[in-house]
Design a protein around this ligand. Structure first.
Ligand SMILES: N[C@@H](CCC(=O)N[C@@H](CS)C(=O)NCC(=O)O)C(=O)O
Length: 204
């Protein structure tokens, strides 16, 4: 078993993806968590040697850095010999769902940054574009829910994106008009790995 360290925060939705995989694969006890603070406008000098983009999650396995979250999740799945990434045609479906979930999280993080700026500095066109993209993604998912089974990396990414909406965009009420997606997300939230990784304001 390689020595595993994860640059980690209790609030990042991308870190949550990796932590859900760590629980699902049974590897969670083998990963040392290193509390790492990041911000888009403040590169973290201590993280740059492991990840020149200064982003979390970053996994260090026997001294070798692995990023981003999709690569870390695939690495852990392979290390544990689990089946979170199906073979054959189902693989492209799972990877595409992962890309949609990751892309939603990218958009939501940018949206949150923009709306935290003073009102007179906010770019209204950007805010409107983020709202359109997230609404389109949610409507698309409402038509697809409850998604193919068994549970895979694609489900985890989508669940983390919806969880981040609950955490940072509670005012958005994404469940309204999307009963199938809301019902699927309730099943996601019932998993032990998801309950164990609820975002927290407490310092870890
Ligand atoms: N594509 C990356 C995105 C990771 C990401 O954006 N993480 C945020 C925290 S939620 C971050 O590190 N932001 C710092 C920065 O952008 O400098 C992944 O999937 O791991």
């Amino acid at each position: 078993m390689p020595k595993l360290q994860l640059h980690w925060s209790p609030r990042s939705p991308f870190v949550r993806k990796v932590m859900i995989v760590a629980h699902e694969t049974g590897l969670v006890r083998d990963i040392a968590l290193v509390r790492t603070r990041v911000a888009m406008a403040e590169p973290n000098a201590a993280l740059l040697p492991d990840n020149p983009l200064s982003k979390i999650p970053t996994l260090v396995a026997d001294g070798e850095a692995i990023y981003d979250s999709a690569v870390i999740c695939e690495y852990l799945n392979s290390l544990a010999g689990t089946d979170l990434l199906p073979a054959g045609a189902a693989r492209w479906d799972a990877l595409t769902r992962q890309s949609l979930g990751d892309g939603m999280m990218d958009t939501l993080v940018l949206w949150r940054n923009e709306r935290m700026r003073p009102a007179d500095h906010q770019n209204k066109a950007l805010l409107a574009a983020f709202a359109v993209k997230i609404a389109a993604a949610l409507d698309h998912l409402e038509h697809q829910a409850p998604f193919a089974v068994p549970f895979d990396l694609g489900h985890i990414a989508l669940g983390c994106a919806l969880g981040y909406l609950d955490y940072r965009f509670a005012d958005h009420n994404w469940r309204v008009g999307r009963p199938a997606l809301a019902a699927w997300h309730a099943t996601f939230e019932a998993r032990a790995s998801v309950k164990a990784t609820v975002p927290s304001e407490e310092e870890g």
